[in-house]
Ligand binder design. Sequence first.
Ligand code: AMP
Length: 304
Amino acid sequence: MSILVVGSVAFDSVTTPFGEADDVLGGSASYFSTSASFFTDVQLVAVIGEDFPQQHIDFLTSRNIDLSGLQTSPGKTFRWKGRYEYDLNEAHTLDTQLNVFESFKPQLPENFRDAEYVFLANIDPELQLDVLQQVRNPKFIACDTMNFWIDGKREELIRTLGKVDILIINEAEVRQLAEEPNLIKAAQIVRGFGPRTLVVKRGEYGILMFSEGSTFAAPAYPLDEVFDPTGAGDTFAGGFVGYLAATRNLDEANMRKATVFGTVMASFTVEKFSLDRLKELDHRDISDRYRKIKLLTDFADLDG
Ligand code: AMP
């Protein structure tokens, strides 16, 4: 089952304690769709400027991502500049240039409107809603966002959240969105905005998933070298939604498995800048790491 995604396709400039990269391929939709493409087909909706190189288009096409919803507009591609200190869990945004996204009016190709699985990657919540309104009969809608939109477009974001099944966001952003410091209470408040499930990304500490009557925790994959965390969240979402769409099963046990596939995918992204690690990945790498995470949390019963 293919997934429709709307989000940013970007040039990122990133500085970490271990190095820096300028104007490399980034964007929430790029990371999401590349990650999800290891599980299922992806249809991408976004906009790029005339400065976007063919080599990035060729890469996304090589991952079998349907780019018929990727518009090219006069002007510059979206740009994000960020910095990380030794605490790699927190990105400091230095600059955000929306550029062609400022006047973007998504127009879904006819065959995208039948999408059953939809992912609203991190982008202006008004664009997220606009895309959603063009989809005829979605079965599953997941969404991501960040502080930039919680600060700048709170009302629009809450309107979008009223229409989504699952929200996947960072721990600090759950607190900010709920205006509540306690994470458990904040999760309840955010679920009250619409999403029946909330997946909280906690960087190197893994994830917490809150659903009706159940809370699930999964660790991150322990890495001895984290190079650049940019895109980890979107890559997580790509593995998570990709696995759910591929298996067409939304029960609690399968959602738990999906969080581990998301975790595995994110653990690769952070090993190199941009999408460089995902570019060299194969299915065996993914299943090996999945097994290792399973062992990481395997322990005997008290009487066993
Ligand atoms: P994350 O997975 O949270 O690390 O997301 C990183 C990606 O988000 C980068 O590749 C950026 O290009 C993209 N990004 C940063 N700020 C925004 C924004 N305000 N809207 C959409 N995408 C953004």
